[in-house]
Design a protein around this ligand. Structure first.
Ligand code: ADP
Ligand code: MG
Length: 140
């Protein structure tokens, strides 16, 4: 295993309910380290570009509207096997299928308002990190 970096987003449903600390604690308890972080309100154009991979899916427009419905916290998580580890801590996309103890099981409101985003591959992680952060903002 190698040290990796991955992109994590705490979504508007979670910032609205003041859950950022509880969610970050789960990542830290799993051995992941926050090496970059900022809170922002994404524009619709940003959300559409970030989720462009899903542009043909029926949920795309709703998803983009949801992502701009409130502030998000975007962060770079670093650690051994960080891409897969983050996905493990997040839990399944649909909270109904998420394992006990995962972020989505404990906090998600629905399959859409599921509290967190995480990169699904090392290549996507690199692209998604560069979408939000410059190299000087990432401090390991
Ligand atoms: P993940 O976030 O687990 O990688 P996807 O990449 O498949 O999941 O989907 C991106 C996001 O789109 C999900 O996190 C969720 O917010 C939303 N989403 C996925 N599937 C659905 C669905 N069937 N209905 C509504 N929203 C969905
Ligand atoms: Mg995904």
């Amino acid at each position: 295993m190698a040290t990796e970096q991955t992109l994590s987003i705490i979504k508007p449903d979670a910032t609205r309910r003041n859950l950022t600390g509880k969610i970050i604690a789960k990542f830290e308890e799993a051995g992941l380290r926050v090496v970059a972080q900022k809170r922002l309100h994404m524009t619709l154009a940003m959300a559409q570009a970030f989720y462009a991979v899903h542009k043909d899916r029926p949920f795309y427009n709703d998803l983009c509207q949801f992502m701009v419905s409130g502030p998000v916290v975007v962060q770079v998580l670093q650690g051994e096997n960080a891409v897969a580890k983050n996905r493990e801590v997040m839990g399944a996309t649909n909270p109904a299928n998420a394992a006990p103890g995962t972020v989505r099981k404990e906090f998600a409101e629905s399959i859409e308002a599921n509290s967190v985003h995480g990169s699904d591959s090392l290549e996507n992680a690199r692209n998604e990190i560069a979408f939000f952060f410059s190299q000087t903002e990432i401090v390991g």
